[in-house]
Design a protein around this ligand. Structure first.
Ligand code: IMP
Length: 202
């Protein structure tokens, strides 16, 4: 079965194709020669994932899914959450994703300054729409702690300041293969995969 993955990010597509295995062939927006920006204007991860999937479903009328991820920090009432990528500002202010991630982390640590509770979680939501237009949501969470000094060179985004529960390492200090076993994204896609393999409602 072919499923469209509503992302413009080729790395994500590869990672998720590996997680899903060969029974489901992911079709990228590049394969479809679709270059438009996909809207992401909602205030929740669920809303954004659904908005992206609905946008693509409307165009192609084929089974498709989209994902959205955020870092939710308890002492900040769930921020940066759905705004995780643009917490410190738009990409144009920083030039590269790397610079923006560094600014996001500085802002996060400064907002947490003086707070006692550093607990946080990464949460991924996947919105899947089947051939008939029926919608399903899947979620993956990894709980952990924000640490005050950046550690590690791997990963991306907030990885250098996020230590998952039960580990002394940050995500940026873990080999990618280890991170991919326990990450929010892996857990959400595991749930999605189970659903697809059960064959229900397809
Ligand atoms: P997206 O929805 O996958 O594009 O993720 C939104 C933002 O959340 C990214 O730009 C990162 O700032 C952050 N993020 C998502 N996944 C991770 C991760 O695995 N590690 C660190 N930061 C992440």
């Amino acid at each position: 079965m072919d499923i469209i993955f509503a992302t413009q990010n080729p790395h994500k597509l590869q990672e998720i194709q590996a997680l899903l295995g060969e029974s489901f062939k992911l079709v990228s927006l590049k394969d479809l020669d679709f270059k438009e920006d996909i809207p992401e204007n909602q205030e929740t991860l669920e809303g954004n994932a659904l908005e992206k999937a609905r946008f693509i479903f409307k165009r192609f009328k084929k089974a498709c899914f989209a994902d959205d991820t955020g870092l939710e920090v308890k002492a900040l009432h769930g921020a940066p959450g759905v705004y995780s990528a643009r917490y410190a500002g738009p990409l144009s202010d920083f030039g590269t994703e790397q610079n923006r991630s560094a600014a996001n982390i500085r802002k996060l640590l400064s907002e947490l300054n003086g707070k006692k509770d550093y607990s946080a979680q990464f949460r991924t939501v996947i919105a899947f729409i089947n051939e008939e237009g029926r919608e399903h949501l899947f979620e993956g969470i990894v709980k952990g702690t924000i640490i005050q000094d950046l550690r590690g060179q791997g990963g991306f985004g907030y990885d250098p300041v996020f230590a998952p529960e039960g580990f002394d390492l940050t995500f940026a200090e873990m080999p990618l293969s280890e991170k991919n076993k326990i990450s929010h994204r892996a857990r959400a896609f595991h749930n999605f995969r189970e659903f697809l393999f059960k064959g229900n409602n397809l």
